[in-house]
Design a protein. Structure first.
Lengths: 243, 226
């Protein structure tokens, strides 16, 4: 297992956002997390690289206990790529600068090594020719692909996607999904929180449905989309598909 | 003598201006020296305090905010007088120059800390999260991602505040610093003619006008597209 999260609880003050969630992700597996807004799916994702500190439970990623105070979290996070809804590129740096910052500062590469790896990562997302552009000069889809390059340049063991296409214009979604599909085919383990049900159907190994801070059910895309066993899953799938 | 001639003789007397030009020039050098020292030490101290504040250590921050508010509230002249006439009571006798430098440094430190801090806190949380998710430490994120963006945002307010406080070097005249205004007023007393003040005003313009232009230039240069 690349990711093994057990009994995750998360409280925000009086709010009980995650109520004992277990999630395992195997090597080369793409796990798709769906659920209504406020169901805790983004919070769960953020617990997997400790951007959010779980109130209790355990999170192991690639054999490292993320919640152990002795764990060097900055070192551990190199193995966990994350892509955000709003890209979060550094606006004062070029695309290449965005991709190489952590390579130089965290992975300890020289500028030349980092640049070579950075250009390679940008090439993987089809943006080698945009290396010198600032984020403000790129479209939303291109920005998100730079953000993906920034994460994969560190050669993570697992990638976390937090609604990667929600902020994009519809015609730009395809380019980002294509990069995600390529990544999946290269064997990267992925956890994707998204509303792209078409992508979930033909790319996910497993779909997890969450509601009110718990996992209601999980299974293959076919099982979840065509024969959901829970009323809440049925209601949610029904709502999504009417749009 | 016509009114016009009287006016010219009062404010633009060539004879008086020529005589006191070296004094005003000397005063200008003193003002430049004082201003550069105040800007360097004030901004450095302000940035250092803002960085310290970002560590989020509560007792330190309470003290820090108190000190900053204190020096933002007190008029610089009061601080100068307090340091110059008050410190000898504890066996420290700073010169007028040192008193003025220290006072203006404290004031610029206080105001620039607030401006730097506002810049740091205005950077979206997503920038921190993206950087931290790639394994950058708190300090690396602050120095490489947040601060460069924050400093760009702070340049316009910082330039304005720096100019305003640096002009306070004229307050040094109260504690006998031989800066521009001090030299000009003694020249006025000696010559019974206000023309040295005109020279002084010209000196201030020559000094501060480029700073205003520089601030404007930095403001446009540092802008980038989101």
């Amino acid at each position: 297992m690349i990711v093994e999260a057990r009994g995750i609880h998360k409280h925000f003050g009086a709010l009980h956002v995650l109520k004992g969630v277990d999630l395992q992700v195997a090597e080369r597996e793409l796990v798709f997390v769906i659920g209504p807004s406020g169901s805790g799916k983004s919070t769960l994702l953020r617990c997997l690289n400790r951007l959010e500190q779980p109130s209790s439970g355990s999170v192991m990623v690639d054999g490292v206990d993320l919640l152990d105070p002795k764990t060097d979290i900055n070192h551990a996070r190199q193995r966990i790529g994350m892509v955000f809804q709003s890209f979060n590129l550094y606006p004062h740096m070029t695309a290449l600068g965005n991709v190489t910052l952590a390579l130089r500062k965290v992975a300890g590469k020289s500028r030349a090594e980092a640049d070579a790896l950075g250009v390679a990562a940008l090439a993987r997302v089809g943006l080698a020719d945009r290396a010198g552009h600032k984020p403000g000069e790129l479209s939303g889809g291109q920005q998100q692909r730079v953000a993906i390059a920034r994460a994969i340049a560190l050669e993570p063991r697992v990638m976390l996607f937090d609604e990667p296409t929600s902020a994009l214009d519809p015609e730009l979604v395809g380019s980002v999904l294509k990069v995600m599909r390529d990544l999946r085919e290269s064997g990267m383990a992925m956890v994707v929180v998204s509303h792209e049900m078409g992508f979930a159907r033909n790319a996910a190994d497993r779909v997890v449905f969450m509601d009110h801070g718990s996992i209601i059910e999980q299974g293959t895309p076919q099982a979840i989309f065509e024969t959901p066993s829970h009323e809440r899953t049925r209601a949610f799938i029904g709502q999504i598909q009417r749009h | 003598m016509s009114n016009w001639e009287r006016f010219v003789d009062t404010f633009f007397s060539v004879k008086v201006m020529t005589k006191y030009f070296p004094d005003i020039a000397y005063g200008t050098l003193v003002t430049i020296e004082l201003a550069v020292l105040v800007i360097v030490s004030g901004l450095t101290a302000g940035l250092a305090l803002a960085l310290l504040r970002s560590l989020g250590w509560r007792p330190v921050n309470l003290l820090l905010v108190f000190v900053v508010d204190l020096f933002r509230a007190l008029p610089p002249l009061v601080i100068i007088v307090f340091i110059y006439f008050g410190l000898p009571a504890v066996d420290l006798s700073p010169s007028g120059f040192v008193s003025t430098w220290l006072s203006l440094t404290l004031v610029l430190m206080a105001f620039s800390e607030e401006i730097f801090w506002a810049g740091i806190t205005s950077i979206p949380k997503g920038q921190w999260e993206a950087a931290r998710s790639t394994g950058l430490s708190f300090g690396q994120t602050l120095m490489n991602v947040v601060l460069p963006q924050a400093i760009r945002l702070t340049i316009p307010p910082l330039t304005n505040r720096t100019i305003a406080i640096t002009k306070g070097t004229a307050l040094g005249t109260v504690v006998a610093v031989s800066e521009i205004l001090g030299m000009a007023s003694s020249a006025v007393s000696n010559s019974y003619n206000p023309s040295p003040l005109t020279l002084g005003a010209a000196a201030y313009l020559i000094l501060f006008f480029p700073m205003v232009v520089l601030g404007r230039w930095l403001e446009t240069k540092m802008r980038w597209k989101r």
